[in-house]
Write a protein that binds this ligand. Structure first.
Ligand SMILES: [Zn+2]
Ligand SMILES: [Zn+2]
Length: 174
């Protein structure tokens, strides 16, 4: 069942520092301060990009992010959207979109202490992989998920449409 209201503030705001990186260590980064939000994303694009049933992201302000080694490679499959990854080991690292200029979304699994980034919602719940069961008490957001964990309440319908188009692209016979 989808939750009717969204509480956008993350409960753990503070001033901590975090570090992380890819599997091979070729890309390392540091982030200052707490995340804007932490969320599971069930969208079809993230599922394909990570080859996993669900992704988990933490959103940070770009000014608080510093890459200590090589900057990651990026792939741009949708207008205004960039997904970054290590071009040596392939680890997916971040998601950025022109629609959300004040945010960079990091996969929580890339952090050295990933368990400290505790998700507080599921987004794109309507798009989840069938048969993948989730029994936690967190809120679920569907077509109104305007991003991986938005603070605004815009409907996000165009983003949803983009995800559907991308899914159709992958399903096209070739
Ligand atoms: Zn790597
Ligand atoms: Zn997603």
């Amino acid at each position: 069942m989808l939750s009717p209201r969204i509480s956008w503030s993350h409960p753990r705001r503070g001033t901590e520092n975090r570090s992380g990186g890819c599997l091979c260590g070729g890309v390392r980064f540091e982030v200052t301060g707490s995340p804007l939000w932490v969320a599971y994303c069930h969208c079809a694009s993230c599922r394909r990009h990570t080859a996993s049933p669900v992704s988990c992201y933490a959103g940070f302000e770009p000014s608080r992010v510093r890459f200590l080694t090589a900057t990651p490679a990026t792939c741009k499959l949708s207008p205004g959207v960039a997904r970054s990854f290590c071009n040596r080991c392939g680890t997916p690292l971040t998601y950025e979109s022109k629609r959300f200029p004040g945010e960079i979304h990091f996969f929580t699994g890339t952090f050295d202490e990933a368990e400290q980034l505790e998700p507080n919602r599921h987004v794109f719940w309507h798009d989840r992989q069938r048969g993948f069961e989730v029994h936690d008490p967190l809120s679920r957001y569907g077509r109104n998920s305007s991003r991986h964990g938005a603070r605004s309440r815009s409907t996000g319908c165009s983003l949803y449409a983009r995800e559907i188009r991308l899914e159709a692209f992958w399903r096209r016979p070739r």
